[in-house]
Design a protein around this ligand. Structure first.
Ligand code: BES
Ligand code: MN
Ligand code: ZN
Length: 490
């Protein structure tokens, strides 16, 4: 999608879609008034005649209005003017795109009630226009989106371009994360994920890849145990962005289970294909590093990806096996399907041991129980630090990637006691997301830490959010980018 900003006086009339974002009770001014005049009051008449009031989610579609060159004139309701948030602008713009994306026309021209919001509108269109169509070889032309260019009307083109630059970087990063999540596991296995992370070096990131031999030397028995049933080698990827000299880094760690069959504790066939997106946490961390580098953030950040494939095999780990983690703590593997916490145990320990970061945030599609608890519009937040938790909740609200904080009750640690080892990897079924978080907490070395269980939000089908097409959401990239920008830069 090409994005352009133009002033109303520089608009060249052409065959296109003209979309007006309308707030309730608004008078048609600027470009909107101009179009109304040219069309002999067509917009005024349409508004007067029907039930379109500018309320949120309303769409009014005028075909080929006389007097103007636009082949379609679409009005999108955005609700009350004073309550119009950045997210509201993104959604209205995304709805405009959605209404006409397969119209056969190539250009979408967007007119906003407040031209200062043009960069946000452009972000909304970029996010809505994401598609994962790499493997569709027979899609008929008329089903493919025809809109390839979006023009947003502004007063000051240079100011809009400057404000859009970091948002364009964000849209690129979200698309990068969505691609990783969407790729099937025969294409995106640990080494391929690591290669795609390595390619981020072109943005100025430092990327190291640790293979199984290196991880074995470091004593990562938990992570390696998960991957030992796979023909694909496990990988640990360490990405560094150095934007602030010698300052202590902050750190993000992602669960990257490229496919989760459950292992010997194998999952049922129904829906197992969903487990290709069990690397959504690692994708979000990779996406975060992408946007930080692309917008040259003034902060030092470490991103760690624990990449494995959880398979049943003659060499796979068994229920009852005891593994020794890099921290020295031993774990009895009761259920080989509770593998994400085993991966994170070694990735988090390695992170705090090597980098001594100010804090660590991990992201993981960790438990089915979080979906039961929160539904699909919230990810679970667990933290041992109220300030970090508050910063995450604020960022989540600003970016509409919602979090809900859940407790870490010490009493529930009883559920992880093993007869034979220091810990077992599963507790009782009730409170399953909580015991999973308590397990991970044993591997953060007492640092400020937060855990985001994104099993509920990494994938949306069907999606009801205009900026999120069905499938991979890229959840976490926006939220973490905002967290860093608002609290830890400069
Ligand atoms: N990757 C799954 C969690 C998951 C479930 C993610 C559904 C996305 C959608 C995780 O590895 C898992 O299998 N968790 C088990 C834990 C149980 C064995 C304690 C679960 O949630 O059933
Ligand atoms: Mn599992
Ligand atoms: Zn998993």
């Amino acid at each position: 999608m090409d994005i352009e900003f133009v002033t109303a006086s520089a608009v060249v009339s052409e065959k296109c879609v003209e979309a007006l974002v309308v707030v309730e009770g608004a008078v048609l001014a600027g470009r909107a008034g101009q179009l109304d005049g040219l069309s002999g009051g067509a917009i005024t008449r349409a508004l007067a005649a029907g039930r379109f009031t500018g309320a949120k989610d309303q769409v009014l579609d005028l075909q080929a209005p006389v007097g103007i060159d636009a082949a379609r004139l679409v009005l999108i309701g955005a609700g009350k003017a004073d309550g119009l948030s950045d997210i509201g602008v993104e959604h209205a713009a995304a709805q405009a795109y959605g209404a006409v994306k397969t119209s056969g026309l190539a250009t979408l021209r967007l007119v906003l009630p407040d031209t200062l919001r043009a960069p946000r509108a452009a972000l909304g269109v970029r996010l809505a226009a994401y598609r994962f169509d790499r493997y569709k070889t027979k899609e008929p032309q008329e089903k493919k989106p025809s809109i390839t260019r979006t023009q947003v009307v502004v007063d000051d083109v240079d100011a809009a371009l400057a404000a859009f630059a970091p948002l364009a970087a964000l849209a690129d990063a979200v698309a990068f994360a969505r691609d990783l999540v969407s790729e099937p596991a025969n294409i995106l296995y640990p080494a391929e994920f690591a290669r795609r992370a390595k390619a981020l070096e072109s943005l100025g990131l430092e990327v190291e890849i640790l293979g199984e031999a290196e991880m074995s030397r470091l004593g990562m028995g938990a992570l390696l145990g998960v991957g030992q049933g796979s023909r694909r080698d496990s990988q640990l990827v360490v990405i560094q962005w150095k934007g602030a000299g010698k300052a202590k880094p902050i750190a993000f760690v992602g669960k990257g289970v490229c496919f989760d069959t459950g292992g010997i504790s194998i999952k049922p066939a129904e829906g197992m294909e969903d487990m290709k997106w069990d690397m959504g946490g690692a994708a979000a961390v990779a996406g975060l590093m992408h946007v930080l580098a692309a917008r040259k953030a003034k902060v030092n950040v470490v991103g760690i990806l624990g990449l494995v494939e959880n398979m049943p095999d003659g060499n796979a780990q068994r229920p009852g096996d005891i593994v020794t983690t890099m921290s020295g703590q031993t774990v009895e593997v009761i259920n080989t399907d509770a593998e994400g916490r085993l991966v994170l145990a070694d990735a988090l320990w390695y992170c705090q041991d090597r980098f001594k970061p100010r804090f660590m945030v991990d992201l993981a599609t960790l438990t089915g129980a979080i979906i039961v608890a929160l539904g699909n519009d919230f990810a679970g937040l667990f933290s041992n630090n109220d300030e970090l938790a508050a910063n995450l909740l604020d960022a989540a609200t600003s970016e509409d990637e919602m979090l809900w904080r859940l407790p870490l009750p010490p009493k529930y640690e009883k559920g992880l006691e093993s007869l034979a080892a220091d810990l077992k990897n599963t507790g009782p079924r009730p409170g399953g997301s909580i015991t999973a978080a308590l397990f991970i907490q044993k591997f953060v070395g007492g640092l400020p830490w937060a855990h985001l269980d994104i099993a509920s939000t990494a994938w949306k089908k069907p999606s009801s959010v205009p900026t999120i097409p069905d499938g991979a959401t890229g959840f976490g990239v926006r939220l973490l980018n905002r967290l860093v920008a608002e609290n830890y830069e400069g």
